[in-house]
Design a protein around this ligand. Structure first.
Ligand code: SAH
Length: 370
């Protein structure tokens, strides 16, 4: 198996390079390339060709390799299918937005949570990702941003041609971050220290793993927390999110508000809008009727939070449909009338299967990829 150079400490890297009969300074040069996210050795133009060749036979740069790269038609979103060293595959998404460049990272290969509307959990959980496997996803995005600056000038963060840094991170890719809390925390610490990304520009989203939220409280960093709520009652939530059998909605919210209040942050509440087709082919709202909007309002009224409404993105294997635009706005209007701060999430990259809940393991279905 080839050595993953990014996983070596500086001392180990130096040892590795000097054993090849090379001077120490080469190790430092290579380390710089690794920290910039170099996908392979061919880009390391200050390293002699012969050494690059030698290295490519015995080593790789990062613990992830780009298998496919997909660009949305508006060029603002890029999805990467990445292969890990043991051949598992994950996805991450780079979103060029008006406020900066945001990367959505995966925390696990697959997911064990079994939510009934999501693609990420269809094949179950394969394994947790390591700190470096999560961190490499932002390096891949960073490298992409930097190389796009020199190659295609039309690809850039909205309005700012010089913005080619990753500025925001959302841990909202495949997997449940709070089932891999230790590595997710390690990753965030590293992103903060090595890439200078502020705590407040990092968001972790959970389906409601209460002990994990308590770990975040103990950890004490003022990141943003998002809760995938998706239903205003336990009865309804039980039908779409198996985790709710273990941690009830009230307990999840209580702990989540404890976290966000501690840092004086607004809690983000994610709420997918789901509908179904009945026998007559009519669309029936599943979790977003006017009554459910009232129930949701009551549940969080007076709390420091924002409800992010996410019209359901199509996942072929799941038997939901997306409600009409009118239904979405009627639901939102009731929340607004009740004084709840709310926004409809702008979905990015639906044409490349990179919107919420469309990321999946071993991307066999995505034959649009090339
Ligand atoms: N496991 C974490 C991280 C995933 S974040 C969590 O549950 O929060 C991805 C977000 O997209 C979650 O809010 C998830 O519930 C939501 N989602 C899943 N499937 C979706 C779909 N098909 N359409 C829209 N949102 C979806």
């Amino acid at each position: 198996m080839k050595t993953i150079l990014f996983n070596l400490t500086p001392a180990e890297l130096q040892d590795f390079i000097t054993r090849l009969g090379e001077p120490k300074f080469r190790a430092k040069q290579i380390e710089d390339w690794l920290n910039r996210g170099a996908p392979d050795f061919s880009v390391m133009k200050n390293i002699p060709e012969k050494l690059r060749q030698k290295l490519s036979e015995i080593a790789v740069t990062l613990p992830v390799k780009i298998v496919k790269k997909l660009e949305s038609s508006d060029k603002q979103t890029t999805k990467f299918l990445l292969q890990l060293n043991d051949a598992e595959q994950i996805e991450c998404v780079l979103m060029r937005t008006t406020y900066g460049n945001s990367v959505c990272v995966s925390s696990q290969a697959g997911c064990a949570m079994g939510c009934k509307f999501c693609a990420s959990t269809l094949l179950g959980l394969k394994r947790n990702l390591t700190i470096n496997e999560i961190y490499s996803q932002i390096l891949v995005a960073q490298w992409e941003l930097r190389s796009a600056v020199t190659s295609d000038k039309s690809i850039k963060a909205n309005g700012d041609p010089n913005n080619f840094d990753v500025s925001h991170i959302v841990v909202m890719g495949t997997g449940e971050p709070l089932q891999n809390t230790e590595n997710v925390i390690g990753f965030i610490e590293k992103a903060n220290k090595d890439m200078g990304i502020g705590w407040r520009r990092i968001t972790v989203s959970t389906c409601g793993v209460v002990p994990g939220i308590q770990d975040l409280i103990k950890w004490g960093r003022p990141i943003n927390l998002a809760i995938s709520l998706h239903a205003p009652t336990n009865d309804l939530r039980d039908t779409i999110m198996p985790i709710n059998h273990k941690y009830k909605l009230e307990e999840v919210l209580e702990n989540a508000f404890k976290f966000s209040d501690l840092h004086n942050r607004q809690l983000m509440i994610e709420y997918i809008l789901l509908a179904k087709k009945n026998e007559n082919g009519e669309t029936v709202l599943y979790n977003c009727t006017q009554e459910q909007a009232e129930q949701l309002s009551k549940l969080i009224s007076g709390k420091n939070c924002m409800v992010n409404l996410i019209p359901w993105n199509t996942v072929d294997e799941r038997n939901f449909v997306s409600p009409s635009g009118n239904a979405v706005h009627r639901f939102q209007d009731i929340l607004i009338k009740n004084g709840i701060h709310t926004r409809i999430r702008r979905e990015r990259g639906q044409d490349i299967g990179s919107a919420c809940g469309q990321l999946r393991l071993n991307n066999a279905k995505d034959n649009k990829c090339n």
